[in-house]
Design a protein around this ligand. Structure first.
Ligand code: GUN
Length: 283
């Protein structure tokens, strides 16, 4: 039976650490500020943005909410981002995705000052990560590494297999595992024999978006399994990409869904915000 990796508990620890750093900055007269922009009112985005605001409140980070209408033009949004780039008091800028179809997401992400790119989506942040330079790391991948470290799961020298090659999870988490000296293999929909590859993994990160796809027979005995999926099962119940019921018997450690990798994303966002302010103070 595997150790259940408690993402809720670890994310709480991180938020408590952030809270202390935020108050230390406050004592120096420096408030940490995150600007959150939501265009339109996609219900899922409203929930995510609400959770981000709540985490800001908890950690003492000031949040500036820009809830702007669906009809906002690309030019108007770029102007808003530009004005937040200029503001000395704003440490982080987050534009909630997806954006309405008439707005080019890449253009908006690229307009964010990389020094305020707390989502880590700007090409400069992505490039810095790939060549080992300092920069913001996107929150879900950073959260995965943090979970492994806090559960003393060694990455150095071990076989790491990532399933999924998205820009927001698969690719960055692969770069981070490599940075930690893992031997990294990235699998995707064209991988010839997925099971043959995943069965080699000491650490298996699953981010494919298919409910309960990874069963015990994809998993090496004792492996650490990180499930990044957020799916619905046949009864409409929230579940991950991993079939937890069978996987938990074979893995050495495993994240549940919900309560595993998910809660780490917002905690790492808070971490990026306070880091941004700390860096500015050092300049
Ligand atoms: N939409 C879903 N997840 C995210 C995220 O992590 N950041 C942003 N900006 N939008 C999202």
């Amino acid at each position: 039976m595997a150790v259940i990796i408690d993402g809720k508990k670890v994310s709480q620890e991180i938020k408590d650490e952030v809270k202390k750093r935020v108050s230390a900055l406050k004592e120096k007269g420096r408030e940490v500020t995150l600007a959150v922009i939501q265009v339109g009112n996609d219900p899922a985005s409203t929930v995510y943005v609400g959770n981000k605001k709540k985490a800001c409140e908890y950690t003492g980070i000031r949040s500036l909410a820009y809830e702007i209408p669906e009809e906002t033009t690309e030019k108007e949004l770029l102007e808003l981002v530009g004005s937040l780039n200029e503001r000395e008091d704003v440490d982080g800028i987050l534009v909630q995705l997806p954006l309405p179809g008439h707005i080019n997401e890449d253009k908006v992400i690229q307009a964010i000052n990389p020094d305020k790119d707390v989502d880590g989506f700007h090409p400069q942040s992505v490039g810095a990560l790939s060549i080992g330079q300092p920069g913001f790391v996107s929150c879900t991948p950073a959260g995965i590494i943090e979970l492994l470290k806090r559960y003393n799961i060694q990455i150095d020298g071990r076989e790491c297999v990532v399933i999924g090659r998205s820009n927001i999870v698969g690719k960055p988490v692969s770069m981070l595992l490599l940075r930690e000296n893992g031997t990294v293999t990235v699998c995707h929909s064209h991988t010839a024999d997925l099971k043959e590859v995943t069965k080699r993994a000491d650490i298996l990160v699953v981010a494919i978006g298919k409910a309960k796809f990874i069963t015990a027979d994809y998993i090496k005995e004792g492996a650490a399994v990180i499930d990044v999926g957020m799916d619905r099962d046949e009864n409409g119940k929230l579940c991950g990409d991993v079939d937890f019921g069978s996987a938990v018997e074979k893995a050495g450690a495993i994240t549940p869904v919900p309560g595993g990798a998910g809660p780490m994303t917002i905690a790492m966002l808070m971490n990026n915000c306070v880091y941004s302010a700390e860096m500015k103070l050092q300049e």
